[in-house]
Design a protein around this ligand. Sequence first.
Ligand SMILES: [Zn+2]
Length: 154
Amino acid sequence: MGTPGQPNPRMCVQCGKSLALDANVCPYCGHDYRVQAGPPAKKKTVMPLIGGVLILLGGVLSLVAGLGLVASVGALDSLMLIDVEGVNMFEDLLTACGIIFIILGLIGILGGVFAMMRKHFGLAVLGGVFALAGWFIPALIGLILIGVSKDEFE
Ligand SMILES: [Zn+2]
């Protein structure tokens, strides 16, 4: 900050000459300081971060549930002494459900990470929708949070 009577401390970044403190344009080289200021910075809130964490957790829970389902079907199968056709189909169905939960969980985790980074809004929303399978209400809140903070995404 300059005080009256002191030499002006502001120098032009382009030509190095002394500038008035309130000058928008350098009178020597024409460097425009209004342009350099650029567009107003985007307001950043914690909403995408919180939303991303909720979606990420929903994805993790879905992944854990899927892995648990697949593992328990495998354990059940090894306990079965006789092969019953109906039971096998039921096991296949449960395994398929488990794999779907695993895939939903992985995409949910990815979406949560993107939401926390404020990147790839579409993928963050997709991940949030998939994370609903793991933890419905928190993932829904997460989706709402990233929905209202869409402008913060790149
Ligand atoms: Zn200048």
